[in-house]
Design a protein around this ligand. Structure first.
Ligand SMILES: Cc1cc2nc3c(=O)[nH]c(=O)nc-3n(C[C@H](O)[C@H](O)[C@H](O)COP(=O)(O)O)c2cc1C
Length: 212
């Protein structure tokens, strides 16, 4: 019989899962005009926005989606360039992330304001942020409107990890990376915590108990 002392409190339909990631979505704001094409001048403006509603969504091709409200400047930029980057910040960049989530690139140069440095993507027409330990270059595959947001599904064209964040075996080291996450409702940024168990492994201990 179920334990009657376990009680849940309903908080209604809310956008609440724990934890959410926190990413910077990198885009170029404007296309090169014909005049710039002829002079070779590049006036594309790199922009970043904070995004917590994002996840992996396909193994082959490797892909992820990010949900972006139609009103965001970034929304227009992704449609225009068919590309974006996902920049994964560490906890030292949380003020910059928050700034990129409060202010719009329509009115200001958030990257310069935050003292960050943008580099042109190698595979897509979008800038990435050099200060972030992990960067994904995304080519827009599909987009779908869902209520207030558009799901931008991008193919992952490349993942870059700072060499200083790799262990001796060349694998990403979560402790060195010091990645942040976001807690909705509380509106707080948290660190990742510590290693607990091996995935695709710890569950097998239950299977072996069943056999006994
Ligand atoms: C913690 C945090 C998470 C956010 N997550 C999202 C998100 O997933 N999708 C979205 O459309 N806006 C999100 N925002 C809001 C945008 O980052 C914000 O509106 C930003 O100013 C848009 O910038 P832009 O107009 O330059 O594109 C988030 C903001 C914060 C602070």
């Amino acid at each position: 019989m179920a334990d009657q002392s376990i009680k849940f409190k309903s908080i209604g339909p809310q956008n609440f899962v724990l934890p959410c990631p926190i990413f910077l979505v990198g885009t170029y704001s404007h296309s090169k005009s014909e005049k710039q094409e002829s002079t070779g001048e590049d006036l594309r403006k790199p922009n970043i926005m904070a995004a917590a509603w994002a996840t992996l969504c396909s193994a082959q091709p490797p892909a992820m989606l990010v949900a972006i409200r139609q009103a965001r400047h970034t929304h227009k930029s992704i449609l225009e360039h068919k590309a974006f980057t996902i920049n994964i910040p560490d906890t030292s960049l949380l003020a910059e992330v928050d700034y990129a989530g409060i202010f719009s690139g329509e009115h200001e140069d958030k990257i310069a304001q935050c003292g960050l440095h943008a580099e042109t993507g190698e595979h897509v027409d979008a800038p990435y942020i050099k200060e972030c330990p992990v960067v994904l270059e995304m080519k827009l595959m599909q987009h779908h409107d869902v209520g207030t947001h558009t799901l931008f599904i991008g193919e992952i064209m490349d993942v870059k990890i700072k060499e200083s964040c790799l262990d001796e075996a060349g694998m990403p080291n979560p402790t060195i990376m010091d990645i942040a996450c976001y807690i909705p409702l509380l509106r707080e940024y948290w660190g990742l915590g510590s290693f607990k168990a091996k995935a695709f492994g710890v569950g097998k201990t239950i299977a072996s108990q069943k056999i006994k």
